[in-house]
Design a binder for this molecule. Structure first.
Ligand SMILES: NC(=O)c1ccc[n+]([C@@H]2O[C@H](COP(=O)([O-])OP(=O)(O)OC[C@H]3O[C@@H](n4cnc5c(N)ncnc54)[C@H](OP(=O)(O)O)[C@@H]3O)[C@@H](O)[C@H]2O)c1
Length: 429
């Protein structure tokens, strides 16, 4: 039986989970794969911290070099997070002839193109199943399961924290702040939740999914990203009345020859499968020209689901090393879209909430401006009657150009009768 040595860098939440699996399931994995996976060394900045798993002191080190330059280590698992020094770790591990496994979406969305190019040139593998969707095997599905498909659409809920907050707001008529506090108390949101609620974490993951689905590497800063901070519980209630749920969606859509890439809160029909994905769960919808519509659902984070994905990469690479075959992980990203559409050119339907003084003529002014920008209204309702006081007016607009909507709202918000920035949320059917 072949032994494959593994070196781990980053002994935190996921790192400890991976060690636990490799230790407690060593015989199980040996029986399944015919390979003995041995943890040769574990590196972390802090060797004194209490971990949920016991390891021999002799394998612990603070030196990254002790992993990267150990000739017996075949696979380096990078679980420190962030772009630096994780990028140097991944690149140097490859230069040293080692395969790399990572869960690091920030790293791959920023430097994936460079890392994959080096790996391909050296005939080595970078496993990144854990970088999107936690335990959901979405990377393998896109890389292998859908290999014969032209991918037309990938969209989903890929941030559990934001989904938990929106679900809590919908269930209990809670404010964003109260729902966030519950998420933090339950350990679903970090003390600084910015990455999750701003939509940036979803953009990191969408960047990876679109590289796999459409062969384009788009940095997160170039993906249109809007978070959930401006959603009020009243929006969720009004959306419900209109037959919709509000979800933070990451969307990669082939339109004509181009790709639409965007992350933002979205109204989706209550009857859509994604509308019923609650709590911290993730769900990713993939449409291919052959396989049609497919939905992947599962736990998008946490030590156990994420280690399930990390270990699946380790086993798959180990199998190939043992068989002497060229590693399957070497992926070629072939661009099959002309480019990425600018957000200004995207067309969607809209939900809009105006905060307007209740007095005659206001609605006429609003609809006049919308008409000027060729935006037609599908429905309108004023949610209360309080003469001369601020009341919400909720509109659904037919499909309109993003640039026109932005201009129209700027003009409407400048009206004396509008007392707060108007809220607009895109609708996907
Ligand atoms: N947690 C999840 O559910 C989850 C899910 C999917 C993907 N991921 C990804 O998995 C990766 C790890 O996440 P995590 O939640 O396990 O993070 P974590 O708990 O913060 O663990 C990271 C560990 O690496 C250590 N570290 C940081 N820089 C280091 C360096 N230069 N040298 C040695 N050790 C270093 C940290 O030490 P200090 O604490 O002292 O800095 C910490 O112990 C990230 O890329 C994350 O995005 C996490």
């Amino acid at each position: 039986m072949k032994t494959i040595n593994v070196g781990l860098i980053g002994f935190g939440t996921v790192g400890s989970g991976v060690v636990k699996v490799l230790q407690s399931k060593r015989a199980f994995l040996r029986d399944k794969s015919g390979i003995d996976l041995k943890i040769k060394r574990i590196c972390d900045k802090d060797l004194k911290a209490k971990r949920p798993v016991k390891v021999a002191k002799s394998i612990l080190t603070k030196s990254i070099g002790k992993v990267l330059y150990d000739p017996d280590i075949d696979i380096v698992i990078e679980l420190i997070g962030g772009v630096r020094p994780a990028k140097d770790v991944a690149m140097e591990a490859l230069r040293q002839g080692k395969h790399v496994v990572t869960a690091n979406k920030a790293l791959l969305s920023e430097a994936g193109e460079e890392i994959f190019a080096l790996a391909n040139r050296l005939g080595l593998c970078v496993g990144f199943e854990a970088s999107v969707g936690g335990g959901i095997p979405i990377i393998r599905a896109l890389k292998q399961g859908f290999v014969a498909n032209r991918i037309d659409l990938i969209f989903g809920i890929i941030n559990g924290t934001a989904n938990f907050i929106l679900s809590k707001m919908a269930e209990g008529d809670l404010s964003f702040e109260d729902a966030l506090a519950i998420a933090q108390a339950k350990g679903y949101a970090e003390r600084d939740p910015q990455l999750d609620i701003s939509g940036m974490d979803s953009s990191h993951k969408l960047s990876i999914l679109s590289a796999l689905g459409f062969g384009v590497f788009v940095r997160p800063k170039d993906i249109y990203t809007e978070g959930i901070g401006q959603i009020e519980s009243s929006d969720i209630q009004y959306a419900k009345e209109l037959g919709y749920a509000i979800k933070l969606l990451a969307i990669a859509k082939r339109v004509g020859g181009c790709l639409e890439l965007r992350v933002h809160p979205t109204l989706i029909p209550k009857s859509h499968l994604l509308a019923n994905v609650g709590g911290v769960y993730n769900a990713i919808f993939v449409k291919g020209d052959l396989a049609g519509e497919n939905l992947f659902y599962g736990q998008g984070a946490g030590a156990s689901p994420t280690s399930s994905a990390v270990v699946s990469d380790v086993v798959s690479i180990a199998r190939e090393i043992a068989s002497g075959a060229k590693v399957e992980g070497c992926i070629s990203f072939k661009k099959d879209v002309a480019g990425v559409e600018k957000i200004e050119d995207v067309k969607t339907r809209y939900y809009i909430r105006f905060s307007a003084i209740d007095k005659p003529g206001v609605l006429t002014k609003i609809s006049g401006i919308l008409a000027k920008y060729k935006i037609s209204i599908a429905s309108v309702s004023q949610k209360a009657r309080k003469e001369q006081k601020v009341v919400p007016i909720v509109m659904l607009a037919h499909e309109a150009l993003e640039a026109s909507m932005a201009k129209a709202l700027k003009e409407i918000d400048a009206l004396a009768a509008i007392k707060k920035k108007s809220v607009r949320i895109r609708i996907e059917e």
